[in-house]
Design a protein around this ligand. Structure first.
Ligand SMILES: [Mn+2]
Length: 315
């Protein structure tokens, strides 16, 4: 078991005190890019748009938990904005210049760490007047939640290691990716690394710093519900799995992970609703689904399907 990573909650943070009317959706790791082959988000942008429409309509607050913009591969946010204008148009509808009223809460990650510095935000400020971008958010209530991207717990993405990774990604990665090579260094594609990070975040939550009961993070691109990854939950349900591998058995509300919006065929996130101040969390997926077209008997060819975008509760 690894040591809890030293992470101190910063003084400047977003504080939310939810009521029973509050609905929150947390999504991370969109990695919105410039629309070329190295833009990992482009293939999911329609699914993401539908999800935003639903959350707008259903009065959710949208928490964007880091790596929303891919600013390692793309130096200019303008190019990302031009490519994904329709997404930003919807995000603008969540935004309110009054920080107490806004339904768009933006947290930075390691790929959009640039937002840390106010002077890097002119265009973003034009789009979202008065926007505040934070390292983390705290959800107050009987059980306190800490929401952050999670790279703070990943030594290769934090401090000196991150400068090397960033240099590599900016100068070489885009070119390799356009050739169809998948990134071997990201926690997302490296289950061992994800386990280690999940464990660090979990241990930190358990050590209960500042009365935090639950940590919700992103960064690994691997959804975790009550401290079990989806694969772990599935293996438990099926009662199968590789032999000799230590399996986590018990669920624990100390740690959750949103997954990402760059999965090959879907996006994942966590919805939070409240009853008597008690939060209920759901891991959800938005994906394409084929549905057979209902046709009057004898008319039209069989084997015809409608492609729909659908929200599914995973856990
Ligand atoms: Mn990240």
């Amino acid at each position: 078991m690894s040591e809890p990573a030293p992470f101190a909650i910063p003084v400047r943070k977003k504080k939310l005190t939810p009521s029973d009317e509050t609905r929150i959706v947390v999504m991370s790791d969109m990695h919105r890019g410039d629309g070329t082959g190295s833009d990992d988000f482009a293939h999911n942008s329609l699914i993401f748009k539908c999800a935003l429409d639903y959350y707008l309509e259903s009065k959710f607050t949208f928490i964007e938990l880091g790596d929303a913009e891919e600013l390692w591969e793309n130096k200019a946010f303008a190019q990302i904005y031009i490519t994904h204008t329709s997404i930003y148009d919807r995000l603008k509808e969540f935004h309110d210049p009054n920080p107490d009223r806004t339904r768009y809460i933006k947290i930075w990650g390691n790929h959009d760490l640039l937002w840390q510095d106010k002077k890097n935000q002119p265009l973003l400020d034009d789009l979202f007047p008065g926007i505040e971008i934070h390292e983390c958010a705290i959800l107050n209530g009987p059980s306190r939640f800490l929401l952050l991207h999670g790279h703070q717990f990943d030594p290769t993405c934090h401090g000196a290691g991150s400068r090397v990774s960033k240099f590599f990604v900016r100068h070489f990665w885009g070119r390799l990716q356009r050739c169809g090579i998948k990134d071997p260094t990201r926690a997302a594609n490296n289950p061992g690394k994800s386990n280690e990070l999940d464990d660090r975040l979990y241990q930190w939550a358990k050590a209960n710093h500042d009365g935090i009961h639950t940590v919700i993070a992103g960064h690994t691109h691997r959804p975790v519900f009550e401290n079990l990854s989806l694969a772990e939950r599935k293996l438990q349900d099926l009662g199968v799995g590789p032999r000799g591998i230590k399996k986590k058995r018990r669920t624990d509300t100390a740690y959750f992970n949103t997954g990402s919006c760059v999965h090959p065929r879907c996006i994942t996130g966590i919805e939070i609703t409240f009853e008597n101040q008690r939060p209920t969390l759901q891991l959800i997926k938005w994906a394409y689904e084929a549905q057979p077209i209902q046709q009057p008997k004898g008319s039209g060819p069989p084997g015809t399907y409608d492609l729909v975008v659908k929200r599914t509760v995973l856990a």
